[in-house]
Design a protein around this ligand. Structure first.
Ligand SMILES: [Zn+2]
Length: 95
């Protein structure tokens, strides 16, 4: 059984230091880097709570500072996965 122990130890050493399933930690925009550049929500001046991606990630936007703005929860949840142009259109439809 000595071989089996050695094999298990080698496998543990190979996966040590990585997250679950061997995934790398998500690199991307952090609130600490983004929020100090702005006074609050970039859309309504409310409290900055979320990171909004101007071009949504689902539409090919990148998770980088140049594509990220702080947004309050209301604005971010309202904009959701829309582009700015698509979001603006939803305002015009309101009475
Ligand atoms: Zn807002």
């Amino acid at each position: 059984m000595r071989e089996r122990v050695a094999r298990d130890r080698a496998r543990n050493a190979a996966t040590r230091g990585r997250g679950s399933h061997g995934r790398q930690p998500r690199a991307g925009v952090r609130k600490a880097d983004l929020f100090p550049r702005w006074g609050g929500c970039c859309y309504c001046d409310g409290p900055a709570e979320h990171i909004d991606h101007v071009t949504p990630l689902s539409k090919g936007g990148r998770d980088v500072l140049s594509n990220a703005v702080p947004a309050c929860a209301d604005c971010n949840l309202s904009k959701a996965a829309l582009t700015l142009a698509e979001w603006a259109r939803t305002f015009q439809e309101r009475p």
